[in-house]
Design a protein around this ligand. Structure first.
Ligand code: NAD
Length: 361
């Protein structure tokens, strides 16, 4: 959308801290919010950071939750909300990837508690009011209470991220940028956020996986990737999503396939699917990637990062592709620049299943 056509932004208040070592500022941020009794939600991968934080917060931590399952099962939301209520909590702090943030968001909405998020991957959930909960199927909703009041991006918490998670969660962030460029709410401001987010991610992710772990180069690249992640989440929050995110939610939420891995595989295929319907947006993606073409650029970035490039190897059963196509068509509604139909989506899924180069659909 051009500036002349007019556009809308719906900005919410969120305090964001960037920088290596900034996790040390969390106790002061918790105090500044007036919180005296927080539930600390942290995945096993973040146990060290969570233990240190818990020690510094002392009696301000009234309960800890370690069980974090991807796609946020309804039962976990219920049990964690109960923990918060029983402990008389007045806030929630999460340390971990999108799943820890997601559990914190769902509990924040249910219990009406403020949330402080310390992300350790590039999923980007902390920058959005969107939260998902999974019963039989995954359902997402928007609620301003899900938006963390404070986010602390500390690259030191991401230096131990394995190569595969770096690649897949980084491509998840890149997918936010790509779809923000053609989703229904795209506007000149979200275009800026998405282009710069994509550029930061495209430059930093290869360095993050290739530089010696623990080196200054790796730490700097991971800081840049977190910055790209933030821009990605923010652009998606404002612009919305389309076919790619819908497919990922249908696949990840129904068949329990890893969220970031589905993003990594599907991104070039959906770009190919939308190539003729959103040429200007995809030209901006190509520019941000420094590639002659968005589809080629996305696929070659995934390959350089050693991300998965086919749905078969990440555990999607072969016999569900028809159902995925039909459910995605029903779920995406009018949000995609090209209204999808089940037969053409099925061709996309066939290619993605086998990992064939993206074609024309
Ligand atoms: P995740 O949070 O599920 O983490 C994957 C695994 O990596 C877990 O075992 C976790 O413990 C581990 N891990 C996390 N950080 C690590 C680190 N620094 N080092 C080593 N291991 C680490 O994965 P994710 O990709 O971050 O998040 C995916 C989830 O986030 C999905 O449920 C998805 O729907 C959600 N999400 C939501 C939004 C939104 O806006 N609401 C946006 C993106 C993703």
């Amino acid at each position: 959308m051009s500036r002349d056509e007019g556009f809308e932004l719906d900005l919410q208040q969120q305090r964001v801290l960037f920088g290596a070592g900034r996790v040390d500022d969390v106790p002061a941020e918790v105090d500044a919010l007036g919180l005296r009794a927080v539930v600390l939600i942290a995945t096993a991968s973040a146990k060290g950071a969570a233990d240190q934080l818990s020690e510094r917060l002392g009696t301000q931590v009234v309960a800890r939750v370690h069980e974090v399952v991807q796609h946020v099962p309804t039962a976990d939301v219920t049990s964690t909300t109960e923990v918060a209520t029983t402990a008389g909590a007045d806030g929630i702090v999460t340390v971990g990837g999108g799943s820890a943030t997601g559990l914190g968001k769902a509990v924040a909405v249910g219990a009406g508690l403020p949330l402080v998020a310390i992300p350790t991957t590039y999923a980007g959930s902390e920058a959005t009011t969107v939260y998902g909960v999974t019963g039989e199927h995954k359902r997402t909703a928007r609620d301003v209470r899900a938006l963390p009041r404070v986010v602390v991006y500390d690259a030191e918490l991401t230096t131990g991220m394995p190569r595969r998670l770096t690649a897949t969660s980084g491509l998840n962030a890149l997918a936010h940028c790509v779809e923000a460029l053609y989703a229904p709410g795209a506007n000149p401001v979200t275009d800026l956020l998405a282009q710069e987010g994509a550029r930061q991610l495209a430059v930093s992710l290869p360095v993050a996986v290739e530089a010696p772990p623990g080196s200054e180069t790796a730490l700097t690249a991971r800081g840049e990737a977190l910055y790209g992640t933030y821009l990605a989440g923010w652009s998606m929050e404002q612009a919305g999503t389309a076919l790619h995110h819908t497919l990922c939610h249908v696949i990840g939420g129904t068949y329990r396939v890893d969220h970031g891995e589905v993003h990594a595989v599907l991104l070039p295929y959906v770009a190919a699917y939308n190539a003729h319907a959103a040429p200007a947006a995809l030209a901006l993606v190509a520019l941000a990637l420094g590639a002659p073409d968005a589809v080629l650029g996305l696929r070659s970035l995934a390959e350089r990062l050693d991300a998965p490039t086919d749905l078969a190897s990440i555990g999607l059963p072969a016999d569900v592709l028809d159902e995925v196509a039909e459910r995605a068509v029903a779920a995406v509604g009018a949000r995609n620049p090209r209204p999808p139909d089940a037969p053409s989506l099925r061709r996309l899924l066939d290619d993605a299943y086998a990992g064939r180069p993206p074609g024309t659909y």
